[in-house]
Design a binder for this molecule. Structure first.
Ligand code: SF4
Length: 475
């Protein structure tokens, strides 16, 4: 961005951002420097993209007029802590109105892709139409400004999110990546595709430690456009810390707001996973499709219990002092770290364990890993599966799908694999469509087709509104 003013709130048009509009059908691109219309444009992310989406009348998410907008926020790539976000916006395949129109949606994640994208010199990339062939997109910094290029991607087809990133890393050593998994490739049958964003830990350790822009099927929209991955190639450009930013960063770490999700060794609760202990005090941890049973079963997944059998390590995104990730690995007989399994963040953990009747940490980690590798939104996936399990519990004589019930790890695993591979639209298209097809909608936990996160809706009266108008993110 280029600032020609010191007062962007009063003079937003004196702030310019660099936008590339890329027509995937013709290969033509338009690179422009655009004056901001208002403060939302200056702030970037969904504040800007939603103004553009509002100008389009889209009746079906999978149509050429539905753009995929990739952009960053004002602080992305700055030295302000947690300035890591990449935003993906478009009309959602999974969320929509009662009249059947798709809803405008944004989804965001951290990792280092956003910073690299910003450092190429580009602020926003809008994809129009769709490519005939599978492609990946390289955004790179050059002496004459950012350049955007399409590359053939047949060799990436069928690979998991992590494997796509590993393959691309061999050719682009100084880059970061955003990739879809098989779920996004199978967009016709899977509306909950997520976009995986690479992290420094993932690229160094070769373990699938992506962050995700998970909500609303932005990975499925990316798959519809036949884009399998984005590569942002630039040198690192972290600026020295100014005194003002230093103060903000100290406040982020010490101000209390992040205390609960910092590592235990720093006096925090150990990531969002700590919500288990807090909610269990009130027996409000979702169990068996949001039916808490007033017992101690959720405690099996308390950190102190998981720690006895598994290795747990806190890690952070690039230069973030909050360090909210909790990596679960097997523990070797000598106590050392074994095979990496998954990250435990509260929502994926609850919705792919306790809320589907699975109470074993290792099984939960394997299910989260599958969801991550296929590139699915763990919230939509977990809640749609818990609906199906609930249906089967209510109809033991006329079960659906493979007849899975709460706690049946092997059959649940099979459902996830089939959904990820695009062979199970009943799960892949979400709980609203499944429950309507079965004419049993009263225990499907979604708002306008978007599954709710892992909190009992009755504990927060504003919850449905929040899901209807905003959405949660997986970071
Ligand atoms: S470590 Fe956690 S808080 Fe920090 S940027 Fe990454 S996801 Fe955000």
């Amino acid at each position: 961005m280029r600032f020609l003013t010191t007062d962007p709130a009063a003079e937003p048009s004196n702030v310019l951002y660099k936008r590339c509009t890329f027509d995937l059908r013709t290969g033509e691109q338009r690179m422009e420097e655009i004056p901001c219309r208002n403060l939302e444009d200056v702030l970037g992310g969904f504040g800007r993209s939603f103004q553009d989406l509002a100008e389009r009348k889209i009746e079906n998410a999978y149509c050429d007029e539905n753009p995929l907008i990739v952009n960053t926020g004002l602080l992305t790539g700055s030295s302000a802590m947690t300035g890591m976000r990449t935003y993906f916006s478009g009309y959602s395949p999974i969320k929509g109105s009662k009249a059947g129109l798709p809803a405008a949606m944004w989804s965001t994640g951290s990792g280092k892709f956003g910073a690299k994208f910003k450092w190429t010199g580009l602020d926003e990339l809008i994809f129009e139409n769709r490519s005939e062939q599978p492609v990946y997109v390289v955004i790179k910094e050059t002496d004459v400004g950012p350049q955007v290029e399409l590359k053939p991607a047949e060799h990436l087809l069928g690979l998991s999110t992590h494997d796509k990133i590993m393959v691309l890393q061999k050719d682009y050593a100084d880059a970061h990546f955003a990739a879809i998994g098989q779920a996004g490739e199978n967009w016709q049958n899977n509306f909950m595709g997520a976009v995986a964003l690479s992290t420094e830990n993932q690229l160094k350790e070769k373990e699938d430690k992506c962050r995700f822009a998970g909500r609303g099927g932005m990975g499925s929209l990316m798959g519809y456009k036949n884009i399998l991955a984005l590569v942002a190639q630039s040198s690192d450009k972290m600026k020295p810390l100014s005194e003002a930013v230093k103060k903000v960063n100290v406040n982020v770490i010490k101000g209390g707001g992040s205390a609960r999700i910092q590592p235990i060794r720093c006096g925090g609760g150990g990531g969002t996973w700590a919500a288990y202990d807090v909610l269990q005090e009130f027996h409000a941890v979702p169990v068996n499709n949001f039916r808490p049973q007033g017992n101690a079963v959720p405690e099996k997944l308390f950190r102190e219990n998981v720690e006895k059998e598994y290795d747990i390590k806190s890690q952070a995104c690039y230069r973030c002092g909050i360090t909210c990730h909790n990596n679960i690995s097997e523990k070797n007989a000598d106590g050392s770290k074994g095979e990496f399994l998954a990250k435990f963040d509260y929502e994926p953990l609850n919705l792919l364990s306790t809320n589907i009747g699975v109470h074993d940490a290792g099984q939960a980690a394997r299910l989260i890993q599958l969801s991550d590798n296929y590139g699915m939104d763990a919230i939509s996936l977990g809640v749609t599966i818990s609906y199906a399990l609930s249906y089967n519990e209510r109809h033991p004589q006329a079960t659906i799908l493979n007849g899975a019930t709460f706690g049946d790890y092997e059959k649940i695993r099979e459902l996830i694999i089939q959904a990820g591979e695009g062979k199970l639209p009943e799960i892949g298209q979400g709980s609203m469509r499944l429950s309507e097809s079965l004419s049993e909608t009263s225990y499907a936990y979604h708002v306008k087709g978007l599954e709710i996160a892992a909190y009992q809706p009755e504990t927060n009266p504003g919850y449905a509104w929040a899901s209807a108008h905003r959405w949660w993110l997986i970071v």
